[in-house]
Design a binder for this molecule. Structure first.
Ligand code: ASP
Length: 577
């Protein structure tokens, strides 16, 4: 006997009169004495059942799994909230397949449960349609990428999960080797080196849906294991490569969201992004650029005794009514940890420029200032300063986002995509040592190679990030394919010849055999799914995530293991100090 003749969500007027067999979970029931209504849910949706003689039906509780047979009938009054709302099922037999105990969480679109309970009973949480929808979007994204890569001649290749500890900017998860006692594998932070070796191996176009592992402190948008759509190609210039990836994203957005993304995507240099938006992943759904400050104001600022090494302004149109004293006070508190002392506010209100700061501006200059600021009635102009431009940019960039939220300038339905390019090749750490801004395999810009010796901090990289709505949704670079330059980069990063040889000799040796020019990217699947489902919580888009303490509450990971297992690995647990 079949379990079902139809899925619940597909029943429509055209089925009226048909006898159907359905299965599903009892989402809701209403017993009117002479009539029992049941909302029956399966993966496809909900259909309403009615039972004319409730006394013949066993007692049903929420999430009981039942099978019913009945006739599709037309409802007198359609329920517009349901896709199946024009019909209902007149039940003539009902069987309980499995019962359910009292539920630890409400299985419905909105649940009352806290996150820990949702994670502990994830299989119940996953039954809720908002969770199902997100997982479906995730799956559709993958399907679209697979189809794109197949169409464009990419080969899907898996790389080892038990691998070497290599620099990826985070701590590795280690796996002890039993057979080679005292040695460890590392779980990959990304397949970076392998995908480069695949280019050296002649594949030209590789991709992989790659699980990556980074042992970092968790935040709302991070998980210790996550998924990248990992890509590498040979013989493409940066421009050609970015254009190809635009086609991939176009396909993904079209098939998942029905949205036609215009190409080419805007490209913005890192310097410009920082100067205009104070962030290397600006939210471009709204404009609100940061601006330099007119001379008169800069002078007044100094005169007022403020730190004025770097000053920047944010103009907020039509904000006089919303940017109240209270909001401003909150913003001042918000920028304090950045080291920004006070924000100066000007407003164009009641026909004139107003600010307590005007006392520092010579009266005869006020009208020039008004003109230079170019404020319209209702506009607000905010100033902040700091000794370090990068800190100022970040702080003012955050205010830019706060301002957009306050003024309701963010169109939640919009997707603003751009490439941020021309990143610096190096950052400097607290000890003054150069560190790779992206990773050590990133190719410097051709025109800057000579500066590797003379002024490495100024060298720009052939690196790029994909930014969507203020999130970094992907990042990559063209790679070094010249042995001497690769060695030079390692040594600029503070590695001795000996340690280069020890750690990367095996990789650098591969450069001896006709390495092709190559480059690639990794898109964050979790991030992309978050963006396309409109959530800012990464746990919403992963079936079985860890909580913020890195604990898998459902299965209880991490776990202690038997002494015998430790003995086999020659491992002894020390007490943590
Ligand atoms: N492997 C890099 C990362 O995980 C991405 C890339 O350069 O392709 O960030």
């Amino acid at each position: 006997m079949q379990y079902r003749s139809h899925v619940n969500g597909e029943i429509r007027l055209k089925h009226v009169g048909l006898s159907v067999t359905l299965v599903g979970w009892v989402q809701r029931k209403r017993n009117l004495g002479s009539l029992l209504f049941i909302d029956l849910r399966d993966r496809s949706g909900i259909v309403q059942l009615f039972v004319k003689d409730p006394s013949l039906v066993p007692d049903l509780k929420q999430e009981y799994l039942i099978q019913v047979k009945g006739i599709v009938t037309k409802k007198d009054v359609a329920n517009k909230a349901l896709a199946t709302g024009e019909v209902e099922i007149d039940v003539n037999s009902l069987t309980i397949i499995n019962t359910a105990e009292t539920l630890p969480l409400i299985v419905d679109d909105v649940t009352d449960a806290g996150e820990d309970i949702r994670l502990q009973y994830r299989y119940l949480d996953l039954r809720r349609s908002p969770m199902q929808e997100k997982m479906v979007v995730r799956s559709k994204i993958l399907t679209a990428f697979h189809a794109f890569f197949a169409k464009h001649d990419f080969t899907n290749i898996e790389t080892p999960l038990l691998t070497l500890s290599t620099p990826g900017g985070a701590r590795d998860f280690l796996v002890p080797s039993r057979i080679n006692s005292g040695t460890f594998y590392a779980l990959p932070q990304s397949p970076q080196i392998y995908k480069q070796l695949l280019m050296i191996g002649g594949f030209e176009r590789y991709y992989q849906i790659a699980r990556c592992f980074r042992d970092e402190d968790l935040r709302a948008d991070r998980q210790p294991d996550f998924t990248q759509i990992d890509v590498e190609t040979s013989f493409l210039t940066q421009d050609e490569f970015l254009s190809l990836m635009e086609l991939a994203l176009k396909d993904v957005f079209l098939s998942v969201k029905g949205i036609q993304l215009p190409t080419p995507f805007p490209r913005l240099s890192y310097d410009k992004a920082m100067a205009l938006y104070g962030s290397d992943k600006p939210d471009l759904r709204f404009d609100l650029p940061l601006s330099p400050v007119p001379r008169i104001l800069r002078d007044a600022y100094v005169q007022a005794g403020f730190e004025a090494t770097h000053i920047k302004a944010l103009k907020l149109p039509n904000a006089v009514a919303t940017l109240t004293r209270k909001v401003l006070d909150e913003w001042v508190t918000f920028v304090k940890p950045f080291g920004i002392k006070g924000l100066v506010m000007f407003k164009h209100d009641q026909g004139q420029l107003q600010s307590s700061f005007l006392k520092f501006v010579a009266p005869e200059k006020v009208s020039t200032l008004t003109k230079e600021l170019g404020l319209n009635p209702g506009d607000v102009y905010l100033l902040g300063s700091h000794q370090e431009l990068s800190v100022l940019n970040t702080a003012m960039g955050s205010l830019r986002t706060k301002g957009a939220k306050l003024l309701n300038l963010i169109d939640e339905k919009k997707f603003a995509i751009a490439w941020v390019t021309d990143f610096p090749l190096f950052d400097t750490n607290e000890e003054g040592q150069l560190v790779a801004a992206h990773h050590p395999f990133t190719r410097p810009q051709d025109a800057d190679v000579a500066m590797l010796t003379s002024n490495p901090k100024k060298v720009l990289a052939q690196a790029y990030d994909l930014v969507i709505n203020g999130y970094e949704a992907g990042g990559g670079s063209m790679r070094i394919f010249n042995k001497a330059i690769q060695k030079q980069i390692f040594s600029l990063l503070g590695m001795s010849d000996e340690s280069i040889q020890k750690k990367f000799g095996w990789f650098i040796d591969a450069f001896n055999y006709g390495t092709p020019p190559h480059g690639g990217i990794a898109f964050g699947l979790d991030r992309l799914t978050m963006i396309l489902t409109g959530t800012d919580n990464i746990k919403d888009v992963i079936a079985f995530p860890k909580n913020l303490k890195m604990i898998g509450l459902l299965e209880g990971t991490p776990n202690t293991v038997e002494t015998k297992q430790l003995d086999e690995l020659s491992i002894q647990i020390k007490e943590k100090k």
